[in-house]
Design a protein around this ligand. Sequence first.
Ligand code: FES
Length: 233
Amino acid sequence: MITFKIERFDPDVDREPRFQTYSVADNKEMSVLEALFYILENLDGSLSFRYSCRGAVCGSCAMHINGRNRLACQTLIKTLNSKTITVSPLPHQKIIKDLVVDMDNFFEKYEKIKPYLINHSVEPEKERLQSIKEREKIDEMVNCILCGACYSACTMSALDGKFLGPAALTKAYRFYADSRDTAKKERAEIVDSEHGIFRCHTLFNCSEVCPKKIVPTYSIQKLKGAVAKKRLS
Ligand code: FES
């Protein structure tokens, strides 16, 4: 049997979070998300957690599993190599209930970086084309699924509630580096704020936990260079 220690918090009843323990048959092919479903359906119908795609695409099942932020649907029990699995909500986020956290702050920051192409030139008849080489420059950042694992692991995001954070900054670079986008100056100005890129202390916590193997630190360093260039021009 595998022991699941799950952090529980019901704001209507609990004053602070507590841990509850459940035993689940040892099926190493099972993901942590499937184990949570087993608990929900067979042991405790009051357990709350968030999910959607079950295939590491939507990013909604990010949580803290055995000491690290991970996607529950992507994490197989056998990879944790432990008879006890501890599951908590993403750290430093307001808990709504059990493993569900409030992501409003995270998405507000995402909106701040204007996460869409800006191009004021005359629209072509069909689409704006991009070469394979141009696309390669943003391949990694396009893969970000906005799960919040990096944001929740970031020490600066925890200390400075207004810091844009690694996910928003990665997306900022994704559009900054897009050959079809013409708002480079505007984008550099957005990230060159009191709570922008220079708050990043390059601790790499974000890069260590990304379930998509993205390195937000790389995007942030690139943006720092872009801002320095803008300041000198
Ligand atoms: S359920 Fe969509 S990423 Fe896990």
